[in-house]
Design a binder for this molecule. Sequence first.
Ligand SMILES: *Cc1c(COP(=O)(O)O)cnc(C)c1O
Length: 373
Amino acid sequence: MQIPFLDLSRTHDAIRAELDATWHRVLNRSRYILGEEVEAFESEFSAYCEAEHAVGVANGLDALILILRAYGIGPGDEVLVPSNTFIATWLAVSQVGAKPVSVDPDPSTYNMDPAGAAKAVSSRTKAIMPVHLYGQPANMEAFRALAHRHSLVCIEDAAQAHGASFAGRRTGSLGDAAAFSFYPGKNLGALGDGGAVTTSDPAVARRIREIANYGSREKYVHRQQGVNSRLDELQAALLRIKLRHLDDWNNRRRSVAAAYQAGLAQTGLTLPQVDPRTDPVWHLFVVRSGQRDALAARLDQAGVGTQIHYPIAPADAEAYAGDPIAGESHLGRTLGREILSLPIGPHLQDEEIRHVIRACQEAVTPDHRTGAA
Ligand SMILES: *Cc1c(COP(=O)(O)O)cnc(C)c1O
């Protein structure tokens, strides 16, 4: 049995008639930029996220950059970011000329550690940018309190956590503003690139709309040096269809995760731990092993596709080779050597889930102890 790490075609095939009708609707209307599909998606998505406003943008990286710009964060400023995240979180900070300051995770949830973040605050810190990594919300209660204490902007990188919640509230409504990505492989993915910012501050939403549309609110009146970063009508229309299925898909991910937790409990692999205040959406299911590479090779032989999220910490990326890295990246590095993502998604059949579990049970060797506590 071959189980690919990700298979979007199965998910799309299941809703093919709806997607087909949507292409035709957009083509027949022939409006492609900033029209009624984007407007409708923005209002449906903000309602879904329990935020007042959503602004469609070109991708998740731009969503982060636009939030930082809207809050006036730039050269001389520092932003706290996790040591173990996709590099986009760091690049957004660097793009606006500010400095990313690395904070190590809590090794049980993989999310940014509030105590480490508190230690990393300096007189130059302007914002804190926790990531809801792998689909589990970060400890937003602690981060909001920290932001409040030091007058920082609290920005959620929610690119992996559409529909997750913390203490009963959805991601996208947990900080001052949140960035979402609709990259195809995300829990809510477009059929191309896309992104959104959610916020409950109307002034921030207005500023982001303006910067993302060439710095203008009115055609040919350019109030600032903006960029072109818009969600297009076709992607918005397709996202509206997919948003209606998101809760079902997230629930299916939750049952795959529950099956893995039960089936792998006795293997000695380190399994993900869930903060009881959160309801994660399992963008990824990440296990840890001291023999990670051997485990991945055995799973590959058994037909199980795996990936590593992420093998190289941003601090160690060549992109940052010339920059003195501020903050701590020790734990982020150790995790990078031990983590392995198993296949997860709404497309997996029960029989495939059982195959993955069996393959893991057979693949573990006696010494799977992990280094990072
Ligand atoms: C995917 C992702 C992004 C970037 O989103 P794009 O749409 O690919 O630009 C940012 N942060 C995290 C944590 C992500 O997983």
